[in-house]
Design a protein around this ligand. Structure first.
Ligand code: PAF
Length: 284
């Protein structure tokens, strides 16, 4: 099936309803475009777990703060469509801003507590924007599965919670982080990094791999591991740490000891004007 592109909510909704009537399972991959190999892994995963892979390409204004990069967020729709098609995507939904947020728009979806910590503490309205747009996309497409990247670990936690709390009968699938060969996690925002900043940013994955190594060696004191991680990150001067933490991925509670079946180290660091996030999930 050749790639179909829909711009209007009504057309997208109708196409998806047709697919439901013919008992096709839809796997949805919401994106903000400027697609890279990380997105391709999500598309392929969606394709493998559904009959139809649908991607959305929408730079969602509601998840950007007033001083954030909404206007300059990178966009390349033509390239996105060819990459999506190559990766087996059947349908792209790419609405205009007014299609999603008509004048007078007033309804938002918010998951309490965890949306206010870590990323939420630095970007107060960010997760409200994410959960709102994803809830809207879920309602338009009514997919059986939705696929997200582990790169945004806190987003994944909140979207799973939203799906559970609001009775969206949708299975949320999570795909591991895709890294460049030197370890940098793939992100559309990496284009903002100068060559020097990009080189400095390698301390993020180095710190996370060090945490994994220390846990595998048997270290269970998160404080000790976090101190080592901070030293590694700060060696990538002029890195500025927003947070480095160790949490239980099932609750997002801060851990003092790495004694859960899974533990998650996560961090957000700024290099010049660019803020990067990364994480590592470790199973014990
Ligand atoms: O992860 C993203 O790219 C965005 O937060 C999402 C899930 C597409 C919502 O705009």
């Amino acid at each position: 099936m050749a790639l179909q592109v829909f711009r209007s909510t009504l057309d997208m909704h109708k196409a998806c309803e047709q697919l439901h009537m013919s008992r096709k399972r839809i796997g949805l991959v919401p994106t903000m475009g400027y697609l890279h190999a990380g997105h391709v892994s999500l598309f392929r995963y969606a394709r493998a777990h559904a009959d139809i892979a649908a991607a959305t390409i929408f730079v969602n204004p509601a998840q950007f703060g007033p001083n954030e990069d909404f206007k300059r967020y990178p966009r390349d729709f033509e390239h996105d469509c060819s990459l999506a098609e190559e990766a087996g995507v059947d349908i792209v939904f790419a609405p205009a801003d007014e299609e999603m947020y008509a004048p007078g728009y007033a309804s938002y979806v918010e998951v309490e507590h965890v949306s206010k910590i870590f990323e939420g503490a630095f970007r107060p309205t960010h997760f409200r924007g994410v959960t709102t747009i994803v809830a809207k996309l879920f309602n338009i497409v009514r997919p059986q599965t939705a696929v997200f990247g582990q790169k945004d670990a806190q987003q994944v936690f909140l979207l799973k919670k939203m799906a559970l709390d609001l009775n969206f009968n949708i299975e949320i699938l999570v795909v591991p982080i895709v890294r460049e060969t030197d370890g940098l996690a793939m992100s559309s925002r990496n284009v903002y990094l100068s060559n020097t900043e990009r080189q400095q940013a390698l301390v993020l994955s180095q710190a996370l791999f060090q945490a994994q190594k220390r846990v595998q060696e048997g270290e269970r004191r998160c404080g000790v591991i976090l101190d080592e991680m901070k030293n590694i990150v700060l060696s990538g001067r002029p890195a500025q740490i927003d947070y480095i933490a160790c949490v239980d991925p099932a609750t997002f509670e801060i851990l003092e000891n790495a004694l859960k079946p899974q533990i998650l180290f996560l961090l957000a660091v700024r290099f010049g004007p660019t803020r990067l996030i990364d994480n590592i999930l470790i199973s014990l």
